[in-house]
Design a protein around this ligand. Structure first.
Ligand code: HGY
Ligand code: MN
Ligand code: MN
Length: 423
């Protein structure tokens, strides 16, 4: 049975995406709202203000997750719509923001149409989904789902040395609500694909079956600084060379194993990082991902062998620190079927797919049925200031989300005191 959704407004969604995109806007386009920075705090303030305008009950938990709840006609677990508004340093308007602001748009449309629901509806903003400043990624939703204890999370150090607890307090989001206090009966996350598949295949809606496994490792390579001009190659203990060789071999490994395996060295910091000094130290990150856990473990074993061999050859010491390790996650089959059926009911083309990116939905899947809706990314780009999804595509996913949420929350007979939903 479909629950014909209230008329949602893509224009109002785009207006909110653009308004939020002005917070932390980069010269030349794009957004930088790294988790728990002042810009993230300002973005949170804007979203909370919109939540209050929509008449939502706002709660902030102790890891800074924000929950805006529209009461239902009967108490009980919420139908939760969530994502994140923190970005990478070269972020776009849509990654994460779309899922949160589409949730607000669903609420606004219900308010405008005077539709009450039986179940409460909660729009959630999870802390530090990106993992760019604090690791692991999806930290806030992981704590919410009971996968990381609060004290450990609060004690996390940022890549810039700041303490997570201090940063949370500094932006005013060290909330008092208990972790996991708002229970979800189901969780929907609407997100851009961030890859090329939907665009290349000209498909409108991605029906996401799950998220691939993620393995993040930090290597600290210690060699010995020496003079670039006087030190013969055979006498060097060059941390920079070791990092470069590991980078090249990990990438070659991914290409050799092939299939869906991806390997990325996104960060390399050399010390002293000077033109005429053989690097004493290199701190680098390696991101490995694959949809199959056994294949990911095999890649990790190969990665460890590469590091050991190169360390011996270059006479450097290497320390490893796991930054994140999540096994592949499968979403709820019944909910996946509903995403597909609702999209088809609205005349949309679909294809089932695994997510290459991590998402808060993979953590919520630990505590309730979860599913995701994807829409195309132009040129498959994300984590890039040119990230773009056309308004038509934004509207397609928004309508599917609205119908799924109303179906799950159930229409109630009472007419709530609606508030205007203007952006
Ligand atoms: O890294 C990821 O997949 C996500 O953007 N945190
Ligand atoms: Mn995201
Ligand atoms: Mn992201």
């Amino acid at each position: 049975m479909t629950a014909s959704p209230p008329p949602v407004s893509t224009d109002r969604l785009v207006a909110r995406l653009e308004a939020l995109g002005r917070v932390g806007a980069l010269d030349g386009g794009g957004v930088c709202r790294l988790a728990l920075t002042r810009a993230d705090g300002e973005g949170r303030d804007l979203v909370v203000a919109w939540m209050k305008e929509l008449g939502l009950d706002v709660a902030v938990d102790r890891i800074g997750n924000i929950f805006g709840t529209r009461p239902g006609s009967r108490p009980g677990p919420s139908v939760m719509i969530g994502s994140h508004i923190d970005t990478v340093a070269t972020g776009g308007l849509y990654d994460g923001n779309l899922g949160v602001l589409a949730g607000l748009e669903v609420v606004a449309a219900l308010n405008d149409a005077g539709i009450a629901t039986e179940r409460p509806i909660t729009v959630a903003v999870f802390t530090n989904e990106e993992g760019a400043r604090f690791q692991p990624d999806m930290l806030g939703s992981l704590v919410h789902a009971g996968g990381l204890d609060l004290e450990t999370a609060l004690a996390t150090r940022a890549v810039d040395g700041a303490l997570l607890a201090d940063e949370l307090t500094a932006i005013g989001y060290a909330g008092g609500a208990p972790i996991g206090g708002i229970e979800a009966q189901a969780y929907f996350e609407y997100h851009i694909e961030q890859g090329p598949v939907l665009e290349v295949e000209a498909i409108e809606i991605g029906v996401v079956e799950g998220v691939q496994g993620i393995s993040w490792t930090e290597l600290t390579i210690v060699g010995r600084s020496s003079h670039a001009g006087t030190t013969p190659m055979r006498l060097r203990r060059d941390a920079g060379l070791a990092a470069a060789r590991i980078t090249a071999e990990v990438s070659a490994m991914a290409r050799e194993i092939g299939g869906d395996l991806v390997a990325t060295v996104g960060s390399v910091k050399l010390t002293p990082n000077l033109v005429n000094v053989v690097a004493a130290r290199a701190v680098m990150t390696v991101d490995l991902r694959h949809p199959d856990e056994a294949t990911l473990q095999a890649a990790e074993a190969r990665f460890a062998e590469i590091v050991e061999r190169i360390a011996a050859q270059e006479k450097v010491e290497v320390a490893r620190r796991v930054l994140a390790r999540f096994e592949p996650v499968a979403f709820d089959p019944a909910l996946i079927d509903r995403v597909e059926a609702v999209a088809h009911g609205q005349g949309r083309t679909t294809r089932r797919m695994f997510s290459g990116a991590g998402h808060d939905a993979q953590m919520l899947a630990r505590v309730c049925p979860a599913a995701m809706i994807f829409v195309p990314s132009v040129d498959g780009l994300s984590h890039n200031i040119r990230e773009f999804t056309a308004p038509t595509d934004l509207g397609n996913g928004l309508s599917v989300l609205a119908e799924l949420v109303l179906e799950r929350a159930g229409r109630a007979n009472v007419v709530p005191t609606a508030s205007r939903g203007d952006a």
